[in-house]
Design a binder for this molecule. Structure first.
Ligand SMILES: Cc1ncc(COP(=O)(O)O)c(C=O)c1O
Length: 489
């Protein structure tokens, strides 16, 4: 039965929050106690979750006990456990109690920070956190909000790259693209390598640049962009009457963690007046440690830069950090003021309205969880985490190198190890499937020049040496079993 309350119905009852909140926190605490024992990759088949859900929404209210029991029965088996210490797939998306509390507070405040005036704390804490992070990562001061640049939290690195490209398009067309679209001008051309994240091509499509005007630059033997090739291609394109406007350099490619040489790339961009965007989605977090900061050599030449706190910095998804050298370039591309949003603070020019720094209008209070994480762990805690993961990756790489049946595919700059069994691609594929089906661990693959590689990505909040050692034992043992089966067949 619907309960009458202080509003039309009883929706946000402080007493209920107090009483029932404990139930959910306790359930989550228990879940985290047992997550290590669960199969890492969900063993569901397609349709398993939906088959257990009623055809339509309930007419009558249900109890939290009923809801939670279905979470356990229906939802949990359909989860792949990204927070398992045996999760080594993709890139990490690690979390912490501090970020969960930040997220909870954000949801509980229920504010929408589209304008400074719709919640000053939401905007000002965000600006401040991005300044803290600019400093903590050793990024150039031109990204600090005290100058002409500044940072903003986006939902994802993909959105950051799209916003960067829109700002670059606006700059290259001197404001025309917002008014006339791309009609009539010389075609705009963007650059990256084939190892850049697919969000680059998606951005090119959305921006009206098109996949075919995304020119892929040759790479060296470590799959990093060759600046002299970039320069040659840009010259060629200018000669052909095209308009080069955007270069995407990656610090830590998704497939193999390759690092594009920023000093050389930045020099080429400067020479041709082209916008340089740096996508450091996961690996940029390593720069919290001074000894890894060399990954950012040359970043002074960047017009924009992005990194995900929601990958390797204990802050639950979503929390992408994005900086621009010139906030005017970004707001020039994305700023619009319908009358109903007009207000005294915005008109004063003294405040930031982050709606002009992103695609959607509405925005969540994401800075809160970042603030909680930075305060709870301190930079020293976060540095220890990064150092620990990198050390484990180096150790794992050592085991691969020492084993006669496996080989390391690329140098290991940070926490991702690409390797393969010396047998065929088909063998590596079967090895991957078998270890993932076992539920004991989860890792994923990539293909480079058509060759199948396994990726061991180490970044779980609770992953320690024992987990990495066990993963290696499972891989070696499974490879032996497969070999024996193949030889017996
Ligand atoms: C280099 C790189 N860029 C961008 C992305 C996309 O990140 P997001 O999921 O935040 O859009 C990834 C994801 O792994 C990535 O590795």
């Amino acid at each position: 039965m619907v309960v009458a309350g202080r509003g039309i119905i009883e929706a946000m009852d402080p007493e209920e929050l107090r009483r029932e909140g404990v139930r959910f926190i306790e359930w989550l605490a228990d879940f985290h106690e047992r997550v290590e024992s669960l199969p890492v990759r969900s063993q569901n088949r397609p349709g398993d979750v939906r088959a257990q859900l009623p055809q339509s929404a309930p007419q009558d209210p249900e109890s939290y006990a009923e809801i939670l029991s279905d979470v356990e029965r229906i939802i949990e088996p359909g989860l792949t456990h990204w927070q398992s210490p045996n999760f080594f797939a993709y890139f990490p998306a690690n979390i912490s109690a501090a970020s969960v509390f930040g997220e909870l507070m954000s949801a509980g405040f229920g504010v929408q920070g589209m304008l400074w005036t719709t919640s000053p704390s939401c905007t000002e804490l965000e600006t401040h956190m991005l300044d803290w992070m600019q400093d903590a990562l050793g990024l150039p001061v031109h990204f600090n909000s005290k100058g002409e640049g500044g940072g903003v939290i986006q939902d994802s690195a993909s959105s950051a790259t799209l916003c960067a490209m829109l700002a670059a398009r606006e700059r290259a067309t001197e404001g025309e693209s917002n008014i006339r679209g791309l009609f009539g001008g010389a075609p705009l051309v963007a650059y990256g390598t084939e190892h850049a994240h697919s969000s680059l091509e998606k951005a090119a499509r959305i921006c009206g640049v098109g996949s075919s005007q995304l020119h892929l630059i040759e790479v060296d033997d470590q799959l990093a962009m060759r600046p002299e090739e970039l320069d040659r291609r840009i010259r060629e394109d200018i000669e052909a009457g095209l308009r080069p406007f955007f270069v995407n350099a990656v610090v830590g490619t998704t497939s193999t963690n390759a690092i594009d040489p920023l000093p050389g790339v930045a020099q080429v961009c400067r020479a041709h007046g082209v916008w340089l965007h740096v996508d450091a989605a996961m690996s940029g977090i390593a720069a919290l440690c001074p000894e890894f900061r060399k990954i950012h050599d040359g970043v002074e030449g960047a017009d924009s830069y992005t990194v995900n706190a929601h990958k390797w910095m204990l802050t639950n998804f979503d929390c992408n950090l994005f900086w621009v050298r010139s906030r005017a370039a970004l707001t020039g591309a994305l700023g619009l003021l319908p009358e109903y949003l007009n207000n005294r603070a915005s008109a004063s020019g003294e405040v930031i309205d982050y709606r002009d720094w992103q695609i959607p209008l509405g925005r969540r209070f994401r800075a809160l969880k970042l603030w909680f994480v930075l305060r709870r762990f301190g930079l020293q805690g976060l540095q220890a985490l990064v150092r620990g993961h990198v050390a484990l990756a180096m150790e794992f790489a050592g085991w691969v190198t020492a084993h006669p049946d496996f080989e390391l595919s690329f140098a290991v700059p940070l926490n991702l190890v690409c390797f393969r069994h010396l047998d065929s691609d088909d063998f590596n594929q079967r090895l991957l499937e078998r270890v993932n089906d076992s539920g004991k661990l989860y890792l994923t693959h990539t293909k480079i020049d058509g060759v199948m590689l396994l990726r061991m990505s180490i970044g779980g909040a609770n992953t320690n040496r024992a987990h990495v050692e066990r993963a290696w034992s499972v891989l070696v043992a499974t490879a032996s079993e497969l070999r024996a089966a193949d030889e017996g067949a």
